[in-house]
Design a protein. Structure first.
Length: 354
């Protein structure tokens, strides 16, 4: 008795089943072998790439491997065009869903990875949510299109609905995308000391809609993310060196020898500080009540407290040297000179008549 099913005899079905089971077992063994190698590699390295790939491989489901194996096994069967189309569509749908699961797993692993002091969990969460949503929407549309559904009207309706939602919440979306821009471009981070306009403070929180600073007076200053990125931001934490310039005012009446010694005295005072690099000191101006010297040096650290300690030490050293050299500092003053007329009152004008 010759047994046939769907125009294929028992021998063909046995061959197809053997191919299906063999490919499934091979893929399953290959996944386990790759996971074993990745675990061994992860113990020797500090990178996260191997960990992410391992998490993706763990999300490779047997049912999808079976679907791909069944497609290869079906190639050994004599199927009609319609039957072959159904098998290929099932295999393509399984591949699309598996790729979507890999992408979803990768995004969630990136979202949940522990970054010490990052402070951007909220931004990473919203990026992950939007990207995962896009992946699954695209995967669903591809699966529907693969099975022959007309998705043109569905895509058009999604586009119109997206435009309507965007117009309704454009301000919120503006701050949201500004938050994403802050996270990706990183003009500042948690703990940075920044100046925005006339507001100074340390960054305390970077949220989806607002960024919060702790002002110098202890108050909390809240900025909209969109408004913040439109402003000029001075990030003092990333300042490697600090340029310091100030003016020394010497009193009129000082001798030319004293004035000539001022730049050298200032240079010695600055050079005595290990983190200060002297640039220049020049007599640059005749003021209304002082002779003005401009002093410039560079402090080799962004630490503001250390900068003020060094500035204080330099000013005290200059004061002591001026005292020892008897060079007087200028003080604002006004001199009023009273003119006295010793000739007496003016004579009265004479007149003559003709």
């Amino acid at each position: 008795m010759h047994f046939t099913f769907l125009n294929n005899d028992l021998e063909r079905w046995a061959l197809a089943l053997a191919i299906t089971l063999g490919v499934t077992l091979a893929l399953y063994w290959l996944r386990r072998f790759a996971l074993h190698k990745l675990h061994a590699l992860a113990r020797r390295t500090d990178t996260i790439a191997d960990d992410l790939v391992a998490q993706m491989l763990r999300k490779t489901y047997t049912i999808f491997m079976l679907a791909m194996s069944a497609y290869l096994g079906a190639l050994a069967l004599a199927l009609s065009d319609k039957q072959h189309l159904i098998v290929s569509r099932v295999a393509i749908a399984a591949l699309i869903l598996q790729l979507a699961i890999w992408g979803d797993t990768l995004l969630r692993a990136w979202r949940d990875r522990d970054v010490a002091g990052d402070g951007r969990r909220a931004s990473r969460t919203i990026i992950c949510f939007l990207t995962r949503l896009a992946i699954w929407v695209v995967a669903s549309l591809m699966v529907l299109d693969n099975f022959g559904f007309n998705i043109t009207a569905l895509v058009a309706s999604l586009g119109v609905g997206g435009i309507a939602v965007a117009l309704a919440v454009q301000n919120i979306l503006g701050d949201l995308f500004a938050s994403l821009s802050i996270m990706l471009d990183k003009p500042f981070e948690i703990g940075d000391f920044i100046i925005v306009g006339d507001i100074l403070g340390s960054v305390e929180h970077i949220g989806l809609k607002t960024t919060r600073l702790r002002g110098l007076g202890g108050e909390q200053v809240i900025f909209s993310n969109g408004d913040l990125l439109k402003s000029r931001i001075h990030n003092h934490k990333r300042m490697e060196t600090r340029r310091v310039a100030f003016v020394l005012r010497v009193a009129y009446g000082s001798s030319d020898d004293q004035l000539a010694r001022v730049p050298a005295l200032v240079r010695d005072a600055v050079a005595a500080e290990p983190r200060a690099a002297f640039e220049r000191a020049h007599f640059f101006n005749y003021g209304e009540w002082s002779l003005d010297f401009e002093v410039v040096y560079h402090f080799q650290s962004p630490d503001y407290i250390a900068h003020m300690d060094t500035q204080q030490a330099i000013l005290l050293a200059i004061y002591r040297r001026f005292e020892s050299e008897r060079i007087r500092f200028a003080h604002p003053l006004s001199i009023v000179r009273l003119a006295q007329d010793d000739a007496g009152p003016p004579a009265p004008a004479s007149s003559s008549r003709h």
